[in-house]
Design a protein around this ligand. Sequence first.
Ligand code: 0O2
Length: 203
Amino acid sequence: MSIYGEYKPTLELILNDLMTRINQMNSDYQQAHEQSLFEHLNGRIKTEKSMEAKCKKKNLPLTPHSALRENRDAIGLRIVCNFVDDIYTCIDLIEQMPDVTVVKKKDYITNAKPNGYRSYHMILSKKVDQIDVDGNIPGEYYVEIQLRTIAMDTWAALEHEIKYKHHIKNPEMIGRELKRVSDELASCDISMQTIRQLIKEDN
Ligand code: 0O2
C-alpha cells in the first residue's frame, strides 16, 4: 500500500497543472519581455521510499496524513533561473496565481545555510475539487517550490551527491571548500546580473 494512499492521482494532477501553468507563465513573460523568466522547470512527486524515510526520521507513522500534512513536499517543483532578479519576479507571479496561497517562504538566498546552500523555498497551499486527506471537498494540498539560479543548482547537486558518499577522507575540508565555492558562485551571480543590467542600459 502506498504511503500516499488514494491521494496519489490527485498529487499527479496538481503537479501537471502547476507545471503547465508555470511554463505558460514563462511563455507569456518571454513574449512580453523578449527574454525568458527561467531556464528550466522540474517537477516530481517525492518517491514513496523517500517519503517513508522522511517520516521515519521524524518518528511519524507511515500514513497518508504524515505524508501530506506533517510533510509538505510530496509535490515538488524546482525553477532554475539564469539571474537572481528573475527568481524574485517568478515569486511575485506565483503569488498572484489564483487558487494558490503561499503559506511559508524561506529565503536561503539572502540568508544562505551555514554550509553554503542557497535557494528560495515556498510552500503553497492549493485548493482542488478532489477530496483531501482530512476528508474535505474542495481539498487542500501542499506544494513545495524551490527557486535557484543555475549556479546555485549546480552547487546543490554536487553537495547532495557528496552527502551520500560515506567514505570522504576529510569531510571538514570538503565542507569548507564547498562553502568557499558557494560564496564565489554567489558573487558570480551578482556580477552576471550587473552585466545584464549594463547591457540593458546600453540599449
Ligand atoms: P529532496 O530529495 O531534495 O526532496 P522540511 O522539508 O520542511 O521538513 P526543512 O529542513 O525545514 O525540512 O526544509 P528546507 O530547509 O526547506 O529544505 C527542504 C529541501 O531543500 C530538501 O529536501 C532539499 O531538496 C533542499 N535542501 C535543503 N538544504 C539543503 C542542503 O544543504 N543541500 C542540498 N543539496 N539541498 C538542500 P529533502 O527532503 O532533504 O530532499
